[in-house]
Write a protein that binds this ligand. Structure first.
Ligand SMILES: [Zn+2]
Length: 283
């Protein structure tokens, strides 16, 4: 059985993070250097992946995004405004998605085929809009995680389970972010945040457990986690816990990323994009 890993990036700036109020952020500060640094790392290992891009950044970062395409990666949509879809009405969600699709087409000549909702905030009604009205062929907004109250729930009862963490209905696929069961709880082993915050030995232990039973590994990281701009001045009213959550492990994440890639390689995972997986590279 072949094993596949998607080491995707959600392309957004630090002020898009759900725990900051964008209106209060000094948006002249940026962590988007993390995008190019991540691109360099992927190049070093000849890894291709999927970048889910926030539409409102597309014009400003046109050159960097074109570089992503030149390197053979896939660009998909991470909404236009990075407002959680479940906080938008259905018509606002349609409008936001349309704006994102249009800007990717107009500026980069990309017709995105996949979507990831900000903060995994999606439900079945909105998923059906992506599938039936925007003709997208996949989504990756599902995560099994018990204790994160911001994440949405997508009802997939009539989807077939195609492989580990991949669900199918008609010609549409849903890719679920990777989690591992510990003491009956689902713990994500897939996010840049966990890579930053958990010590490597813990991540490695969780991953080894995960890899025993799962042939697909879907990881996501953000530019701010890879950025070398460690001096972002966050809004004054930001509490200590949020500051900690934002800053912890940012200086060590690059090192851990090398370890993660090596561990996946040692365990025979092949690095692909979601589009590759869609077009047949599925167990
Ligand atoms: Zn996001």
């Amino acid at each position: 059985m072949k094993k596949y890993a998607v080491l995707g990036m959600d392309v957004e700036d630090w002020f898009h993070l759900d725990y900051f109020n964008k209106e209060e952020c000094d948006t002249s500060q940026s962590t988007m250097d993390g995008l190019t640094l991540y691109l360099d790392l992927l190049k070093q290992y000849e890894i291709k992946t999927t970048f889910f891009v926030v539409g409102e950044l597309v014009s400003k970062y046109k050159d960097e995004l074109n570089l992503i395409l030149e390197h053979g990666h896939e660009i998909a949509l991470h909404s236009y405004s990075h407002i959680r879809p479940l906080n938008l009405s259905i018509s606002e969600f349609r409008e936001d998605t349309q704006k994102g699709m249009t800007v990717l087409k107009d500026v980069l000549n990309v017709d995105p085929q996949g979507y990831r909702a900000p903060c995994f905030s999606l439900d079945r009604e909105r998923l059906d809009i992506l599938k039936n009205e925007f003709n997208l062929i996949y989504d990756s907004s599902k995560i099994k995680f018990d204790s994160h109250d911001l994440y949405g729930r997508i009802e997939l009862n009539d989807f077939d389970s195609l492989a580990e963490d991949i669900y199918k209905k008609d010609l549409f696929l849903e890719f679920e972010a990777s989690t591992v069961e510990i003491f009956g709880k689902s713990l994500p082993v897939s996010g840049g945040g966990y890579l930053r915050i958990f010590p490597w030995f813990l991540t490695k232990t969780l991953l080894k457990k995960y890899m025993k039973t799962n042939g697909n590994y879907f990881f996501y990281i953000h530019p701010f986690e890879f950025s070398k701009n460690y001096n972002i001045t966050v809004p004054e009213n930001t509490d200590f816990k949020t500051k900690l959550r934002f800053n912890t492990g940012r200086r060590s994440v690059e090192k851990k990323m090398h370890k993660l890639i090596k561990l996946l390689k040692q365990n025979d995972y092949e690095f692909v994009t979601f589009r590759d997986l869609y077009s047949g590279k599925i167990n």
